[in-house]
Write a protein that binds this ligand. Structure first.
Ligand code: BEZ
Length: 210
């Protein structure tokens, strides 16, 4: 069965480069990013794992745990991490799941049926309620932009707590959209920093949590 947004993220127990992990237990009350790789010792994936290691403090600031998965075995992962650290000027500081039997990959629909034994480049953002908040799949030839993943997490964390949505290309500090559920007359009390009524359906306000 395929996963949809809002579904409970499937739980699993797996070997990782940081020991055996039960996914839900490991997440605890944190947000999570689970991202998959086609294979070890591949060039685009090598740069991606390096990027995530460098961005780890940004994920931590947001109470997000990151975990990678590739279908290769643990000894392969450990050797590959040596290459990543050497070439990407970083230290991989988060777990990499070994999934040689494609158990986790199949659970998350990360294996493309037409691409034999290749886990696709997928990203899942999981909330503290263990529900899937975002899923994206990239082609093998395109490395992911993990700053975009951080941007989505900022939006998810903001919109979980306020009646707002974030516009196209929004970044921290920029104005946000007041959701349709908020009546015009209730806006001043809910959003005391002020608002603009550009159209009846398009009302903006300064980011409320700053
Ligand atoms: C890569 O990470 O470079 C890659 C992996 C699988 C297929 C093509 C490219």
């Amino acid at each position: 069965m395929s996963i949809r947004l809002g579904d409970l993220a499937p739980d699993f127990t797996a070997e990782t480069t940081e020991g055996k992990i039960n996914f839900h237990q490991w997440l605890g009350n944190s947000w999570g990013v689970l991202f998959s790789h086609p294979a070890d010792f591949t060039p685009v994936c090598t740069t991606e794992l390096g990027s995530v290691a460098r961005l780890k403090p940004e994920f931590e600031k947001r109470n997000v745990k990151v975990i990678a998965i590739s279908a290769d075995p643990l000894d392969s992962h450990k050797k590959w991490i040596g290459d990543i650290n050497e070439t990407q000027n970083t230290t991989v500081n988060y777990p990499l799941i070994a999934d040689p039997e494609f158990k986790v990959a199949n659970l998350y629909g990360m294996v493309h049926p037409n691409i034999d034994k290749f886990t696709v480049r997928s990203v899942f953002i999981i909330g503290p309620d263990k529900k899937v908040k975002l899923m994206i799949t990239y082609p093998a030839s395109t490395g992911r932009n993990f700053n975009e993943i951080l941007r989505v997490i900022d939006s998810l964390q903001l919109t979980a707590n306020y009646s707002v949505a974030t516009p196209s290309d929004w970044k921290q500090g920029e104005d946000v959209i007041i959701t349709a559920a908020v009546k015009d007359e209730d806006i001043p009390a809910k959003f005391p920093k002020g608002h603009k009524r550009i159209k009846p359906y398009l009302r903006t306000t300064p980011q409320p949590n700053l």
